[in-house]
Design a binder for this molecule. Structure first.
Ligand SMILES: [Zn+2]
Length: 1528
């Protein structure tokens, strides 16, 4: 190697020289900063751009609204907005707003053949778009400020126009980020400045050399002390500089090439480099901005892929892909192509990169369920690895959950952030709490945002904890969040280090390749058992309490709604497939929204206030959707709730029987000898609407027994152990005891503060009571800690906070006041003010027959950097405490023997945690808290924190916190703690929902859907299967940590049961599970999760179930007795049954056929002794959902109208049938009620009979039905049949009317069959107008075609939009017109409402004519004057073409409008009012008129809004027009 001259240099001087040489360029992080030490030493970086050109014109436009408003403005609209003049130095703000720049450049011919870049800098993120709005490139403040216009400019096009969409936020949110890591809330008033916007000529030769020297410099600095290779790199770089100074750039380049061509040995360590861009789905910015961040980042990656064929990019989170698909379809199409090529690689398989600790087990599974579904659907592939580089700890159940969804690889790295202990592996086998094992890799560079520097590459080798065991590792490079992912510079550098002596091999590769290499060496790997605990960020178990509360409650709500829908599905309560699928889709949507908020900066509470607001809003939407679904399916299952509903019913989603005192604000009837207690709590604290939650202060408590997974009637049960309160006074200290035979609570007051002591009444003979807490302590007392973390405010609780524990200093205490004293519930309250005017009221509650002591805390939290905890010094000796996690539990030490134990000073747990010694212990239960600290025997539950960044108002509001203690004998398993924790979460609140069901309907509790006979087995998900029709998916787990055999009993008959995975794919190895149809046997290992698919084709089941329901109803209606023999051939699938009833018994019969499975659109045929009298109609009971059947019987046969003349067309079409029918009607032997018949005849009302419906082969009058469409129509029908009152306007009875004349049987039923539209077209006028209309329609289509072409040809969007509005308007008028024609000539009375509509229609038509005429004249006038741009009517075009456009675009539609108008006018004058008889048609007419009105309104709006659009309504090339405009 030539190193001429190098020997004269010393190390420090040479390195200094090289550093200066590469400084100040785009390669150094801050290009504008001059390195002072390099003054005078030539910097080669300044030669990167040889020539710059300013813009010729710059304009700006501010998008109205702030954060997220960009979604409301289509890009095409923005392009035609009125932009105002702008210049460099202009400010853009405030934070979260969006501004658009329109910039013109004039490129001279001299640039031909040169590489031309656009350079932009505003300190904010921005998107570059072309004149049509398509995304071209992206800018991020620190890392991407250039866009390559062309690598070799053709020199053809001289004028270029670009649009730049400036998003007023930086990489880390809005405004300036505070200097330390303690990220402050966004500075919302901050403004960004346009610093640079120019065209520059790029010197690619210089760029190559700079990258060469840069990499050499990296090697020189990093290898100098250890390796000769470092010196070689240094001397090579130095020599290159010498050559470059002499202008021998080619030679310099060759020198570098030769150096980088010197290869490594065979066994050198290999790094698999993967491009990555970790985009937090919301964090210091909102979800809305994330969408644009993804678009900018991913588009940049697609651009790089064109130039770097080796480049591979990994990308996680289905949600983000979904957003791009929705908002940037062009980019998504390109991504799809690259996914196909295996270069853009979806990874992770989850919906979002979720938090690793807080979501429930089911949520974890659904993250994969929905994530993999998306990847499969869009890309035809599933991710093979779990990818979660950035979360704050990893649950010990993750390995099994991964296995359950078919994944056995996991990539993460966050444990490198641990503060105390360095995790001993980068590659290992991770074994979860159940023994499942997955292969784990932590990229040994300890980062997922590396930048291709030599330093990081070497760190990825030296830092590896598995040297000698594994010879490869991942190298994830690319700027995250707004940084835009990998850059050209990174890819350039990686090309140089692919295989160069002195460094490891750095190959571009896929996760698949990495894990395959690791798997081949996995025999060498160590095993890690249990959770991966991050020794940092443990304040995130508590921050943003409300988000956590919502998450817990909605996870449970979803479980409940899915179960209700599964019951409805399997019992087939007349679900309409399409509607049901829609509702299932809504459930999916609810899940996805919940999963979104489980993102690893949202649910942990480490987000800004705006994100919190978004999260709450999303939760409220989910809540309301689920409430809607719950109501729908409860109604379906419980036969609807009629007005006189008086049977209280409760739903239990848990798979075991629950007997508990529940509290509800619903009225519960008190039966004899049973107890219902009314409780009134403090009315100040409750009843406030806090974030959608309203807790009643007055409610009833009742002890009920609830069947598993089903509905039960609320029948008050007498408690075997009522709760009592006994007051005593002892030496001026007020004292009282609260006891329920299981617990004995003694409350003493000390300085106004209640001090509690709790005893467990022992079941053992030799003891009476066992004290639960240590003597002379204050169990349940609140403590406040100083909470000032070193680094990240919302994230961290540092261990030293424990040393600042202070008992709450209460002011203005009130209480304890006893509010309820049994027998079902007793409660006392205590309230006080503390700190900076925070205040709380605590209710201590004990229920009858319950081993639980509850606390309900309402707290208004106003502190700053304080941590609030409640403490319980338990009287047990336990070295470990047990915490519930996802689908299981694990133990953590209560001591601090080792640094690993010590680091776990704040840990997470779900619904419960337990501390026990061999014979007894205490379980603590919460409804939404996750943070725990247990040291020795003292348990602290973390309640609230008050960090001030990044959300300055984090948790500063009212909180409702519910927690409980459950002292027990024996183990927590034997004490039933786990199930109690579920019960507490589902039935603990005082607003438990109770449904009221009609007495007649509620005959028995619904079948228990699914139960097990083993207490350890818990069924947490019972849902309709995703892929398989007529199947349910049921998921269960073993909760005790032991082996379990259980029989699972089903409330429905399964034809086939097969085991499946978490994605609901049947397991290959599984054969069908043995089942007797109603139960099956399972075996579960400790903590094992199993899912099963249950198919239930069983028509027979459904029929049998319905039949039995039908019989029950019938039995009631007929006053008891078995009617089963009267129901024949009950076959619902064929929509048919025969019913035999005695007319003297059956007085009134009312069946919801929906409930028993009739489709809404079928016919019901009754052939036996039933008859119907419309007079005794129970019209009131008819519901509006058109789903019910009314069968009424009475003693007398009703009058039945005779069939009347048909429309002329019908007669003409079916003369024979008509004849036959008429004869048949005449010949019928009607023996009664002729009076009514004649009355009807007098009233001149006519029935239109449709022959095809009337005549049923030869038995055309065997049966009778009247098809009704809604209640008002039904009223009309009855009015027809009852003499003396009629109002026939709205009713159509012209078809589907069938009577059994001989047997006097008629059946009325409401269905959804669409009204038959009878054509009685006979009069000449109508035909004439039809012809006229057809001609107009042709013109209309011609006009539309012309506009479609124009829309494509021009960019004059405003004009085109106006025209489109007219098009729609005209189209609707045309339809209106068509509807006029299609009615029979047998008209009925003039109808005033309809008249009103018609007049409105004429009015609208008249305006249309006027507007069109004006527009046409204007257009023609302007066309001749060439002034069109001035009024924004379009582009500059030649006159001939304009006239053509005007005629096609205006004249023909005008003609149509005129025709419509004339036609309408004629009809009005003839005095004809069409007898529509069709309510539906009316609705359509009304809708059309609304559309018309909207179109006119929209047009007006567009014209007003764009009145100045002359400035803009020219395409980018028509500069001449602009000049003309400027003159004007
Ligand atoms: Zn992150």
């Amino acid at each position: 190697m030539s190193t001429t001259g190098s020997q004269h240099k010393n190390k420090a001087a040479t390195l200094g020289r090289i550093k200066c040489f590469i400084s100040r360029g785009p390669l150094s992080k801050n290009p504008t900063q001059l390195n002072k030490k390099c003054d005078g030493i030539p910097s080669f970086a300044s030669q990167l751009y040889t020539e710059t050109l300013p813009f010729t014109r710059l304009e700006k436009w501010k998008l109205p609204g702030g954060n997220g408003s960009w979604q409301k403005f289509p890009v095409h609209d923005i392009l035609s907005e009125v932009f105002l003049p702008a210049n460099l130095g202009d400010k853009f703000g405030p934070v979260w707003s969006t501004h658009w720049l329109k910039v013109h450049f004039n490129l001279p011919k001299t640039l031909e053949g040169k590489e031309v870049h656009l350079r932009f800098s505003s300190g904010s993120e921005a998107t570059l778009r072309d004149f049509q709005g398509s995304v071209l490139g992206a800018f991020s403040p620190d890392f991407r400020n250039e866009y390559i216009i062309s690598k070799e400019w053709s020199g053809n096009e001289s004028d270029i126009v670009y649009f730049i969409e400036i998003a007023c936020n930086g990489m880390f949110g809005g405004g300036m980020i505070a200097d330390n890591l303690n990220i402050s809330p966004p500075d919302e008033a901050f403004e960004y400045t346009l610093q640079r916007l120019e065209i520059a000529v790029f010197n690619r030769v210089a760029y190559k050399l700079l990258n060469d020297v840069d990499v050499l410099y990296g090697m020189a600095t990093e290898l100098l002390e250890t390796d000769h290779r470092g010196y070689q790199a240094m001397y090579t770089a130095n020599e290159m500089i010498n050559l470059i100074t002499e202008n021998k750039t080619q030679k310099a380049g060759q020198l570098a090439d030769a150096f980088f061509a010197e290869k490594n040995g065979d066994k050198v360590h290999t790094l698999i480099a993967m491009g990555h861009c970790h985009i937090d789905t919301a964090w210091l910015w909102t979800y809305d901005e994330t969408i644009r961040k993804c678009a900018r980042s991913w588009h940049s990656q697609l651009q790089l892929m064109k130039d770097y064929p080796e480049f591979v990019f990994t990308c996680s989170q289905a949600q983000q892909f979904y957003w791009i698909k929705k908002y940037y379809p062009e980019i998504f199409t390109n991504i799809k192509e690259m996914v196909k090529q295996g270069r853009f690689i979806p990874v992770g398989g989850t919906w979002v990169e979720l938090d690793g600790l807080l979501p429930s087990g089911e949520s974890f599974i659904r993250q994969f369920f929905y994530g993999q579904q998306f990847f499969q659907k869009e890309f035809g592939m599933k991710c093979k690895e779990f990818w979660l580089p950035d979360t704050f700890g990893y649950s010990g159940q993750i390995p099994q959950i991964l296995k359950h969804v078919g994944i056995d690889r996991f990539l993460t790295q966050k444990l490198s952030w641990s503060m105390v202990n360095k995790f001993p592996h980068h590659n290992f086998i991770w074994e979860g709490i159940d023994g499942s094992q997955v292969l784990v890799h932590f990229p040994p560079g300890d980062s997922y945002t590396m930048t291709a520097s030599v330093k990081e590459i070497l760190k990825s080798v030296t830092n590896s904890q598995d040297k000698g065991r594994v010879n490869c590792g991942a190298y994830l490079f690319g700027h995250g969040d707004g940084g835009g992912g990998p850059t050209m510079e990174m890819l350039e550098k990686l090309r140089r280090v692919r295989n160069v002596d002195g460094l490891p091999k750095v190959e571009m590769g896929t996760p698949d390749k990495l894990f395959e290499m690791l798997a081949s060496e996995s025999r060498n790997l160590c095993k890690w058992v249990g959770e991966l605990y991050l020794e940092l960020h443990n304040g995130t178990y508590t921050s943003q309490a409300k988000i956590k509360w919502y998450n817990r409650k909605l996870e449970q709500f979803l479980m409940e709604v899915e179960l209700i829908m599964a019951i409805a599905y399997s019992t087939d309560c007349a679900l309409q497939e399409e509607e049901f699928r829609k509702d299932l889709h809504l459930v999916d949507k609810c899940w996805k929204r919940l999963l979104l908020n489980q993102f690893h900066d949202v649910i942990p509470g480490s987000c800004i206030e705006r994100v919190k607001d978004d999260a709450w809003r999303i939760y409220k939407c989910v809540w309301s959707d689920l409430t809607k679904l719950q109501t729908i399916y409860n109604n379906k299952l419980l036969f609807g709730a009629a007005d006189n509903a008086n049977v209280p019913v409760i739903f239990n989603p848990l798979c075991w029987e629950v007997t508990q005192v529940i509290c509800s604000s619903s009225a519960i009837p008190q039966s004899v000898n049973s107890t219902v207690q009314t409780v009134v709590l403090d009315d100040k604290c409750f009843d406030e609407e806090e974030e959608g939650r309203k807790l009643p202060h007055k409610f009833v408590a009742v002890l009920v027994k609830m069947v598993p997974t089903g509905y039960s009637q609320v029948i008050p049960v007498e408690p075997s152990l009522p709760v009592t309160v006994r007051k005593t006074t002892n030496n001026n200290t007020s004292l009282f005891n609260m006891s329920n035979g299981k617990l004995n609570l003694k409350v003493e007051t000390l300085n106004g503060i209640p001090v509690e002591s709790l005893a467990l009444v022992s079941s053992r003979q030799d003891y009476n009571e066992v004290e639960v807490f240590k003597k002379d302590t204050k169990p349940g007392m609140f403590y406040v800690f100083d909470d000032v973390p070193l680094f990240w405010d919302s994230w961290d609780a540092m261990d030293y906070h424990l040393e600042t524990r202070k008992e709450l200093e209460c002011r203005d205490t009130s209480g304890p006041i006893i509010l309820a004293d049994g027998p079902l519930l007793s409660a006392y309250k205590w309230s006080c003010t503390f700190g900076s005017s925070s205040n709380f009221t605590r209710y201590t509650i004990m229920r009858a027959d319950s081993p639980i002591l509850e606390y309900f805390l309402i707290i208004d939290w106003k502190e700053s950097h304080k941590f609030l905890k409640v403490e319980f010094p338990v009287d047990v000796l336990a070295r470990e405490a047990t915490y519930e996690i996802q689908y299981g539990h694990l133990q953590r030490p209560t001591h601090i023997n080792t640094s690993w134990d010590m680091a776990k000073f704040e840990v997470s747990g779900h619904k419960w945690m337990d501390i026990s010694q061999a014979d007894r212990g205490v379980t603590f239960i919460t409804d939404s808290k996750y943070g725990w600290h247990v040291r020795d025997n003292v348990v602290q539950l973390s309640l609230l924190r008050s960090p001030k960044s990044p959300d300055g108002n984090c948790d500063m509001h009212k909180h409702y916190i519910h927690y409980a203690i459950l002292p027990h004998e024996g183990t927590f398993q034997s004490a039933g703690s786990i199930r109690k924790a579920y019960e507490f979460n589902f039935f603990g609140a005082n607003d438990v929902s109770i449904l009221n069901v009609d007495q007649d309907y509620w005959k028995r509790g619904m079948t228990n859907m699914v139960t097990t006979d083993n207490e350890a087995v818990i069924l947490e998900a019972i849902k309709v299967a995703y892929q398989v029709n007529r199947a349910l998916c049921i998921r269960m787990y073993e909760s005790f940590g032991g082996s379990a055999r259980a029989r699972v009993n089903l409330g429905f008959s399964a034809t086939k049961i097969e085991e499946c995975d978490g994605l609901e794919n049947p397991l290959d190895e599984s054969k069908y599970v043995d089942t007797d149809g109603n139960s099956f046997q399972i075996r579960l290992n400790p903590f094992q999760i199993k899912s099963f698919l249950h198919s239930f084709d069983n028509q027979s089941f459904r029929d049998a179930e319905k039949l039995s329901k039908f019989q029950e109803i019938l039995s009631v209606e007929t006053g008891g007795g078995n009617n089963s023999d009267k129901i024949k051939n009950f076959h619902l699938k064929l929509n048919h049954f025969e019913l035999q009833c005695d007319s003297d018994k059956l007085i009134k019969h009312f069946v919801n056929f929906n409930t028993i499975g009739f489709p809404n659109d079928g016919y019901v045929t009754i052939n036996e002794d039933l008859f119907l009298a419309p007079e005794s109609y129970c019209v009131d009971s008819l519901s509006n959902d058109l789903s019910e059947v009314v069968i009424v019987t009475c003693d007398e046969a009703p009058a039945l109208p005779k069939c009347c003349p048909w429309g002329k067309l019908s007669r003409w079409l079916h003369p024979e049938l008509c004849k036959k029918f008429e004869n048949a009607s005449e010949n019928l032997n009607l023996n009664e009620n002729l009076l009514l018949r004649s009355k009807i005849s007098e009233s001149r009302h006519k029935f239109y009979w449709h022959p095809l419906n009337c005549i049923n082969e030869n038995k055309m009058v065997e049966t009778a039905t009247i098809n009704l469409y809604n209640q008002s129509e039904l009223d009309g029908i009855i009015a027809q049949l009852i003499p003396g009152s009629f109002c026939f306007d709205d009713v159509l009875v012209s078809h589907d009317l069938k009577f059994d004349w001989q047997k006097n049987v008629a059946l009325f039923y409401c269905g959804q069959s669409w009204p038959y539209n009878e054509f009685g077209v006979t009069n000449v006028e109508t035909v004439m107008y039809g012809g006229c209309l057809s001609l107009s329609a042709v013109f209309l289509l011609a006009g539309i075609a012309v506009y479609a072409i124009r829309l494509k040809q021009t960019h004059c969007h405003i004009h085109t939009w106006i025209e489109l509005f007219y098009m729609i308007s005209l189209l609707s008028l045309a339809v209106f017109c068509i509807l006029h024609i299609n009615f029979p000539e047998d008209h009925l009375d003039f109808c005033s409402l309809y008249h009103l509509f018609s007049v409105f229609g004429y009015f609208v038509s008249a305006i249309g004519v006027f507007t069109w005429a004006t527009l046409l004249s204007l257009e023609l006038f302007l066309a001749f004057k060439d002034l069109r741009p001035v009024v924004g009517l379009g582009c500059k075009q030649n006159v001939k073409r304009l006239i053509f456009n005007a005629i096609c675009g205006h004249f023909f539609p005008l003609l149509v409008t005129c025709c419509t108008f004339a036609y309408s006018f004629y009809w009005k004058n003839t005095g004809y009012c069409v007898n529509t008889d069709l309510a539906a048609v009316r609705i359509i007419l009304a809708a059309l008129l609304v559309v018309n009105t909207i179109c006119f309104g929209g047009t007006l709006y567009l014209i007003l809004r764009h009145r100045r659009c002359a400035m803009l309504a020219v395409d980018n090339k028509s500069t001449q027009s602009n000049q003309r405009l400027n003159q004007l």
